[in-house]
Write a protein that binds this ligand. Structure first.
Ligand code: KIV
Ligand code: ZN
Length: 388
Protein backbone atom coordinates (compact mmCIF):
# COMPACT_ATOMS: atom_id res chain seq x y z
CA UNK A 1 0.00 0.00 0.00
CA UNK A 2 1.30 3.44 -0.93
CA UNK A 3 2.52 5.38 2.09
CA UNK A 4 1.46 8.61 0.49
CA UNK A 5 -2.24 7.84 0.23
CA UNK A 6 -4.49 9.59 2.75
CA UNK A 7 -7.61 7.55 3.46
CA UNK A 8 -10.68 9.74 3.66
CA UNK A 9 -13.15 8.53 6.26
CA UNK A 10 -16.40 10.40 5.80
CA UNK A 11 -18.49 10.69 8.95
CA UNK A 12 -21.15 13.09 7.64
CA UNK A 13 -23.78 10.41 8.20
CA UNK A 14 -22.69 9.71 11.80
CA UNK A 15 -20.89 12.62 13.53
CA UNK A 16 -22.46 15.07 11.05
CA UNK A 17 -25.92 13.66 11.53
CA UNK A 18 -25.62 14.16 15.32
CA UNK A 19 -26.02 17.92 14.74
CA UNK A 20 -29.35 19.19 16.10
CA UNK A 21 -31.78 19.41 13.19
CA UNK A 22 -29.66 17.30 10.81
CA UNK A 23 -31.22 13.89 11.47
CA UNK A 24 -31.93 11.94 8.29
CA UNK A 25 -34.26 9.10 7.43
CA UNK A 26 -33.06 5.92 5.74
CA UNK A 27 -33.89 7.09 2.21
CA UNK A 28 -32.05 10.37 2.69
CA UNK A 29 -29.05 8.65 4.27
CA UNK A 30 -28.82 6.02 1.56
CA UNK A 31 -28.99 8.61 -1.25
CA UNK A 32 -26.27 10.66 0.40
CA UNK A 33 -24.13 7.55 1.01
CA UNK A 34 -24.24 6.73 -2.71
CA UNK A 35 -23.18 10.27 -3.60
CA UNK A 36 -20.43 10.23 -0.99
CA UNK A 37 -19.14 6.98 -2.47
CA UNK A 38 -19.15 8.59 -5.94
CA UNK A 39 -17.08 11.41 -4.50
CA UNK A 40 -14.34 8.83 -3.98
CA UNK A 41 -14.03 8.55 -0.20
CA UNK A 42 -12.54 5.35 1.18
CA UNK A 43 -14.73 4.77 4.23
CA UNK A 44 -18.31 5.85 4.93
CA UNK A 45 -19.31 5.88 8.59
CA UNK A 46 -22.99 5.17 8.01
CA UNK A 47 -24.27 5.47 11.57
CA UNK A 48 -24.42 4.16 15.11
CA UNK A 49 -26.58 1.04 14.68
CA UNK A 50 -27.46 0.44 18.34
CA UNK A 51 -28.60 4.03 18.83
CA UNK A 52 -32.06 3.53 17.29
CA UNK A 53 -33.96 1.00 15.15
CA UNK A 54 -34.00 3.61 12.36
CA UNK A 55 -30.24 3.97 12.36
CA UNK A 56 -29.80 0.19 12.38
CA UNK A 57 -31.94 -0.02 9.24
CA UNK A 58 -30.02 2.86 7.62
CA UNK A 59 -26.66 1.17 8.19
CA UNK A 60 -28.08 -2.14 6.91
CA UNK A 61 -29.50 -0.49 3.75
CA UNK A 62 -26.28 1.40 3.07
CA UNK A 63 -24.28 -1.82 3.56
CA UNK A 64 -26.38 -3.42 0.83
CA UNK A 65 -25.78 -0.76 -1.84
CA UNK A 66 -22.24 0.49 -1.37
CA UNK A 67 -19.81 -1.27 -3.69
CA UNK A 68 -16.36 0.29 -3.43
CA UNK A 69 -16.11 2.13 -0.13
CA UNK A 70 -15.85 0.41 3.24
CA UNK A 71 -19.03 0.80 5.30
CA UNK A 72 -18.42 1.54 8.96
CA UNK A 73 -20.68 1.41 12.01
CA UNK A 74 -19.96 2.97 15.41
CA UNK A 75 -20.20 0.98 18.64
CA UNK A 76 -19.24 1.76 22.22
CA UNK A 77 -17.06 -0.75 24.09
CA UNK A 78 -20.21 -2.67 24.93
CA UNK A 79 -20.82 -6.22 23.70
CA UNK A 80 -24.38 -5.56 22.57
CA UNK A 81 -23.39 -2.39 20.66
CA UNK A 82 -20.70 -4.34 18.83
CA UNK A 83 -22.95 -7.30 18.02
CA UNK A 84 -25.69 -5.00 16.71
CA UNK A 85 -23.14 -3.13 14.58
CA UNK A 86 -21.94 -6.49 13.21
CA UNK A 87 -25.51 -7.43 12.27
CA UNK A 88 -26.17 -4.08 10.56
CA UNK A 89 -22.95 -4.41 8.56
CA UNK A 90 -23.37 -8.09 7.71
CA UNK A 91 -24.09 -7.51 3.99
CA UNK A 92 -21.41 -4.94 3.35
CA UNK A 93 -18.71 -5.94 0.86
CA UNK A 94 -16.13 -4.29 3.10
CA UNK A 95 -17.20 -3.62 6.66
CA UNK A 96 -15.59 -1.92 9.62
CA UNK A 97 -16.65 -1.75 13.26
CA UNK A 98 -15.49 1.46 14.91
CA UNK A 99 -15.39 0.82 18.62
CA UNK A 100 -13.60 2.36 21.55
CA UNK A 101 -13.63 4.05 24.92
CA UNK A 102 -12.54 7.27 26.62
CA UNK A 103 -8.86 7.22 27.62
CA UNK A 104 -8.27 10.62 29.21
CA UNK A 105 -8.24 10.76 33.00
CA UNK A 106 -11.16 13.17 32.77
CA UNK A 107 -13.20 10.53 30.93
CA UNK A 108 -11.88 7.59 32.96
CA UNK A 109 -12.86 9.20 36.25
CA UNK A 110 -15.66 11.59 35.29
CA UNK A 111 -17.52 9.34 32.86
CA UNK A 112 -16.63 5.78 33.86
CA UNK A 113 -15.71 6.26 37.54
CA UNK A 114 -12.91 3.84 36.76
CA UNK A 115 -9.12 3.60 36.51
CA UNK A 116 -6.54 3.27 33.74
CA UNK A 117 -5.99 -0.50 34.17
CA UNK A 118 -9.70 -1.28 33.92
CA UNK A 119 -10.10 0.92 30.82
CA UNK A 120 -7.10 -0.75 29.18
CA UNK A 121 -8.75 -4.16 29.66
CA UNK A 122 -12.09 -2.89 28.33
CA UNK A 123 -10.32 -1.48 25.27
CA UNK A 124 -8.72 -4.85 24.53
CA UNK A 125 -12.00 -6.65 25.13
CA UNK A 126 -14.05 -4.53 22.73
CA UNK A 127 -11.60 -5.11 19.89
CA UNK A 128 -11.71 -8.88 20.55
CA UNK A 129 -15.52 -8.84 20.43
CA UNK A 130 -15.51 -6.88 17.16
CA UNK A 131 -12.76 -8.80 15.36
CA UNK A 132 -14.87 -11.60 13.93
CA UNK A 133 -17.92 -9.47 13.16
CA UNK A 134 -16.52 -7.23 10.41
CA UNK A 135 -13.76 -7.17 7.81
CA UNK A 136 -11.73 -4.83 10.02
CA UNK A 137 -11.76 -3.09 13.38
CA UNK A 138 -11.01 0.54 14.09
CA UNK A 139 -10.40 1.49 17.71
CA UNK A 140 -11.07 5.04 18.99
CA UNK A 141 -9.39 6.39 22.10
CA UNK A 142 -12.00 8.99 22.92
CA UNK A 143 -10.56 12.31 24.16
CA UNK A 144 -7.11 11.20 23.03
CA UNK A 145 -6.37 14.92 22.65
CA UNK A 146 -6.32 15.20 26.47
CA UNK A 147 -4.95 11.72 27.17
CA UNK A 148 -1.50 11.23 28.70
CA UNK A 149 0.77 10.13 25.82
CA UNK A 150 2.47 7.30 27.71
CA UNK A 151 -0.83 5.73 28.71
CA UNK A 152 -2.25 6.30 25.24
CA UNK A 153 0.73 4.44 23.74
CA UNK A 154 0.07 1.47 26.04
CA UNK A 155 -3.58 1.36 25.01
CA UNK A 156 -2.72 1.65 21.32
CA UNK A 157 -0.14 -1.14 21.49
CA UNK A 158 -2.61 -3.42 23.30
CA UNK A 159 -5.52 -2.86 20.91
CA UNK A 160 -3.29 -3.45 17.88
CA UNK A 161 -2.22 -6.73 19.49
CA UNK A 162 -5.91 -7.53 19.96
CA UNK A 163 -6.58 -7.03 16.24
CA UNK A 164 -7.37 -3.37 15.53
CA UNK A 165 -5.77 -2.17 12.29
CA UNK A 166 -6.90 1.43 12.37
CA UNK A 167 -6.31 3.57 15.45
CA UNK A 168 -8.38 6.70 15.81
CA UNK A 169 -6.82 9.46 17.92
CA UNK A 170 -9.78 11.82 18.40
CA UNK A 171 -9.35 15.33 19.66
CA UNK A 172 -12.90 14.93 20.88
CA UNK A 173 -13.13 18.33 22.54
CA UNK A 174 -11.14 20.26 19.93
CA UNK A 175 -8.65 21.23 22.63
CA UNK A 176 -5.24 20.60 21.05
CA UNK A 177 -3.07 23.10 19.25
CA UNK A 178 -1.74 21.82 15.92
CA UNK A 179 1.81 21.29 17.23
CA UNK A 180 0.46 19.37 20.23
CA UNK A 181 -1.73 17.13 18.11
CA UNK A 182 1.16 16.56 15.68
CA UNK A 183 3.48 15.70 18.59
CA UNK A 184 0.93 13.24 19.95
CA UNK A 185 0.76 11.37 16.64
CA UNK A 186 4.57 11.49 16.34
CA UNK A 187 4.87 10.12 19.89
CA UNK A 188 2.69 7.14 18.95
CA UNK A 189 4.59 6.58 15.70
CA UNK A 190 7.85 6.49 17.67
CA UNK A 191 6.81 4.70 20.86
CA UNK A 192 4.28 2.03 19.93
CA UNK A 193 6.36 -1.03 18.93
CA UNK A 194 3.67 -2.57 16.67
CA UNK A 195 2.45 0.69 15.07
CA UNK A 196 3.53 -0.63 11.64
CA UNK A 197 0.55 -3.03 11.83
CA UNK A 198 -1.99 -0.20 11.92
CA UNK A 199 -2.69 3.22 10.52
CA UNK A 200 -3.36 6.23 12.68
CA UNK A 201 -6.50 8.21 12.03
CA UNK A 202 -7.17 11.88 12.88
CA UNK A 203 -10.64 12.78 14.17
CA UNK A 204 -10.52 16.43 15.19
CA UNK A 205 -13.32 18.64 16.42
CA UNK A 206 -13.56 22.35 15.79
CA UNK A 207 -14.26 23.86 19.21
CA UNK A 208 -11.31 26.25 18.81
CA UNK A 209 -11.48 26.38 15.02
CA UNK A 210 -8.44 24.11 14.70
CA UNK A 211 -9.90 20.85 13.41
CA UNK A 212 -8.47 21.11 9.91
CA UNK A 213 -5.09 22.42 11.08
CA UNK A 214 -4.85 19.63 13.67
CA UNK A 215 -5.74 16.95 11.12
CA UNK A 216 -3.04 18.21 8.77
CA UNK A 217 -0.53 18.28 11.64
CA UNK A 218 -1.49 14.64 12.29
CA UNK A 219 -0.87 13.73 8.65
CA UNK A 220 2.51 15.45 8.67
CA UNK A 221 3.42 13.42 11.76
CA UNK A 222 2.50 10.13 10.09
CA UNK A 223 -1.25 9.59 10.33
CA UNK A 224 -2.76 8.31 7.08
CA UNK A 225 -6.51 8.55 7.63
CA UNK A 226 -8.61 11.65 8.29
CA UNK A 227 -12.16 11.55 9.65
CA UNK A 228 -14.06 14.49 8.31
CA UNK A 229 -17.47 15.67 7.17
CA UNK A 230 -18.87 17.56 4.24
CA UNK A 231 -19.32 21.23 5.19
CA UNK A 232 -17.53 20.47 8.48
CA UNK A 233 -20.75 19.35 10.16
CA UNK A 234 -20.46 17.48 13.43
CA UNK A 235 -21.02 17.51 17.16
CA UNK A 236 -20.95 21.06 18.66
CA UNK A 237 -18.67 23.23 16.48
CA UNK A 238 -18.26 20.38 14.01
CA UNK A 239 -15.55 18.15 12.59
CA UNK A 240 -12.72 18.85 10.17
CA UNK A 241 -14.23 19.70 6.81
CA UNK A 242 -13.67 17.11 4.10
CA UNK A 243 -13.39 19.69 1.34
CA UNK A 244 -10.66 21.56 3.24
CA UNK A 245 -8.62 18.43 3.95
CA UNK A 246 -8.85 17.25 0.35
CA UNK A 247 -7.86 20.61 -1.12
CA UNK A 248 -5.00 21.20 1.33
CA UNK A 249 -3.54 17.82 0.40
CA UNK A 250 -4.05 18.59 -3.29
CA UNK A 251 -2.64 22.12 -3.21
CA UNK A 252 0.36 21.42 -0.99
CA UNK A 253 2.06 18.86 -3.20
CA UNK A 254 5.28 19.13 -1.16
CA UNK A 255 3.52 17.12 1.56
CA UNK A 256 3.86 14.16 -0.81
CA UNK A 257 0.31 12.99 -0.07
CA UNK A 258 -2.79 12.36 -2.14
CA UNK A 259 -6.44 11.40 -1.72
CA UNK A 260 -8.72 9.69 -4.20
CA UNK A 261 -11.52 12.21 -3.78
CA UNK A 262 -12.85 13.75 -7.01
CA UNK A 263 -12.46 17.36 -6.02
CA UNK A 264 -14.62 18.60 -8.89
CA UNK A 265 -17.63 17.07 -7.08
CA UNK A 266 -17.06 18.97 -3.82
CA UNK A 267 -19.49 21.82 -4.46
CA UNK A 268 -22.22 19.49 -5.67
CA UNK A 269 -21.87 17.33 -2.53
CA UNK A 270 -21.82 20.37 -0.29
CA UNK A 271 -25.12 21.53 -1.79
CA UNK A 272 -26.72 18.07 -1.48
CA UNK A 273 -25.70 17.77 2.17
CA UNK A 274 -26.83 21.31 2.92
CA UNK A 275 -30.21 20.76 1.24
CA UNK A 276 -30.82 17.29 2.70
CA UNK A 277 -29.80 18.27 6.22
CA UNK A 278 -31.43 21.70 5.91
CA UNK A 279 -28.23 23.30 7.15
CA UNK A 280 -27.09 26.35 5.17
CA UNK A 281 -23.41 26.77 4.29
CA UNK A 282 -21.91 29.99 5.60
CA UNK A 283 -21.02 32.28 2.63
CA UNK A 284 -17.39 32.60 3.71
CA UNK A 285 -16.88 28.83 4.14
CA UNK A 286 -13.58 27.75 2.54
CA UNK A 287 -13.93 25.92 -0.80
CA UNK A 288 -17.74 25.64 -0.89
CA UNK A 289 -19.08 28.95 0.48
CA UNK A 290 -20.84 31.27 -1.99
CA UNK A 291 -18.10 33.88 -1.48
CA UNK A 292 -15.18 31.45 -1.83
CA UNK A 293 -14.50 32.74 -5.35
CA UNK A 294 -16.02 36.24 -5.10
CA UNK A 295 -13.82 39.33 -5.26
CA UNK A 296 -15.21 42.61 -4.08
CA UNK A 297 -12.47 45.04 -3.10
CA UNK A 298 -10.93 47.23 -5.80
CA UNK A 299 -7.35 46.16 -5.03
CA UNK A 300 -8.19 42.45 -5.30
CA UNK A 301 -10.43 42.88 -8.34
CA UNK A 302 -7.76 44.79 -10.26
CA UNK A 303 -5.14 42.11 -9.53
CA UNK A 304 -7.51 39.24 -10.23
CA UNK A 305 -8.61 40.70 -13.58
CA UNK A 306 -4.97 41.11 -14.65
CA UNK A 307 -3.91 37.63 -13.49
CA UNK A 308 -6.32 35.32 -11.62
CA UNK A 309 -3.61 33.61 -9.56
CA UNK A 310 -2.78 36.89 -7.81
CA UNK A 311 -5.83 36.35 -5.62
CA UNK A 312 -6.97 32.77 -6.23
CA UNK A 313 -5.08 29.66 -5.17
CA UNK A 314 -7.77 27.33 -6.50
CA UNK A 315 -9.40 27.40 -9.92
CA UNK A 316 -13.16 27.19 -9.20
CA UNK A 317 -13.53 24.41 -11.77
CA UNK A 318 -11.23 22.21 -9.62
CA UNK A 319 -13.91 22.08 -6.95
CA UNK A 320 -16.93 22.28 -9.22
CA UNK A 321 -17.78 25.87 -8.27
CA UNK A 322 -19.27 28.47 -10.60
CA UNK A 323 -16.69 30.73 -12.19
CA UNK A 324 -15.16 33.47 -10.04
CA UNK A 325 -17.35 36.47 -9.38
CA UNK A 326 -16.54 40.16 -9.50
CA UNK A 327 -18.95 41.74 -7.02
CA UNK A 328 -19.64 45.45 -7.25
CA UNK A 329 -19.75 47.35 -3.97
CA UNK A 330 -18.63 50.79 -2.81
CA UNK A 331 -15.17 49.21 -2.31
CA UNK A 332 -14.86 48.23 -5.97
CA UNK A 333 -12.62 49.99 -8.46
CA UNK A 334 -12.80 51.18 -12.06
CA UNK A 335 -11.40 48.00 -13.59
CA UNK A 336 -14.15 45.92 -11.98
CA UNK A 337 -16.79 48.35 -13.20
CA UNK A 338 -15.40 48.29 -16.75
CA UNK A 339 -15.26 44.48 -16.60
CA UNK A 340 -18.91 44.20 -15.56
CA UNK A 341 -20.00 46.68 -18.24
CA UNK A 342 -18.03 44.67 -20.80
CA UNK A 343 -19.81 41.49 -19.68
CA UNK A 344 -23.07 43.26 -20.47
CA UNK A 345 -21.75 44.13 -23.94
CA UNK A 346 -21.23 47.79 -23.03
CA UNK A 347 -17.83 49.19 -24.05
CA UNK A 348 -16.90 52.51 -22.44
CA UNK A 349 -14.11 54.99 -23.11
CA UNK A 350 -11.75 56.09 -20.33
CA UNK A 351 -13.64 59.39 -19.92
CA UNK A 352 -17.00 57.67 -19.86
CA UNK A 353 -15.70 55.24 -17.26
CA UNK A 354 -14.49 58.07 -15.02
CA UNK A 355 -17.90 59.70 -15.24
CA UNK A 356 -19.81 56.45 -14.70
CA UNK A 357 -17.55 55.48 -11.81
CA UNK A 358 -18.50 58.64 -9.92
CA UNK A 359 -22.22 57.89 -10.40
CA UNK A 360 -21.62 54.26 -9.54
CA UNK A 361 -19.99 55.19 -6.21
CA UNK A 362 -22.90 57.46 -5.31
CA UNK A 363 -25.25 54.55 -5.90
CA UNK A 364 -23.00 51.95 -4.24
CA UNK A 365 -22.81 54.00 -1.04
CA UNK A 366 -26.58 53.64 -0.70
CA UNK A 367 -26.77 49.85 -1.04
CA UNK A 368 -24.92 46.60 -0.29
CA UNK A 369 -24.26 45.52 -3.86
CA UNK A 370 -24.72 46.94 -7.36
CA UNK A 371 -26.31 44.51 -9.80
CA UNK A 372 -26.43 44.24 -13.60
CA UNK A 373 -29.88 45.85 -13.65
CA UNK A 374 -28.42 48.89 -11.85
CA UNK A 375 -25.57 49.09 -14.35
CA UNK A 376 -28.04 49.13 -17.23
CA UNK A 377 -29.91 52.03 -15.60
CA UNK A 378 -26.61 53.91 -15.17
CA UNK A 379 -25.70 53.29 -18.80
CA UNK A 380 -29.12 54.42 -19.98
CA UNK A 381 -28.90 57.62 -17.93
CA UNK A 382 -25.31 58.59 -18.66
CA UNK A 383 -24.33 57.05 -22.00
CA UNK A 384 -26.04 58.64 -25.00
CA UNK A 385 -25.05 55.71 -27.19
CA UNK A 386 -26.72 53.16 -24.94
CA UNK A 387 -30.33 52.16 -25.33
CA UNK A 388 -31.80 49.00 -23.85
O1 KIV B 1 -15.29 12.80 18.74
C1 KIV B 1 -15.15 11.61 19.05
O2 KIV B 1 -14.33 11.24 19.90
C2 KIV B 1 -15.99 10.64 18.37
C3 KIV B 1 -15.72 9.20 18.63
C4 KIV B 1 -16.97 8.45 18.85
C5 KIV B 1 -14.89 8.64 17.52
O3 KIV B 1 -16.82 11.00 17.57
ZN1 ZN C 1 -16.46 13.07 16.92
Amino acid sequence: MSDSKVFIFDTTLRDGEQVPGCKLNTTEKTKLALLIEKLGVDIIEAGFPVSSPGDFISVREISGVIQDATVCGLARAVKNDIEVAGQALAHAKNSRIHTGIGTSDIHIRGKFNSNREDILQRAIQCVRWAKDLASEVEFYAEDAGRTDNEYLARVVEAVIDAGATIINIPDTTGYCLPYQYGEKVAYLMNNVPNIDKAIISCHCHDDLGLSTANSIAGLIAGARQVECTINGLGERAGNASLEEIVMIVKKHKHLGLFTEVRSEMLNELSQHVSDTMRMPVQPNKAIVGSNAFAHSSGIHQDGFLKEATTYEIIDPSEVGADSSKIILTARSGRSALAYRFRNLGIEVTRDQLDNLYEKFLQLADTCKEVYDRDLKVLARQYLQTFSY
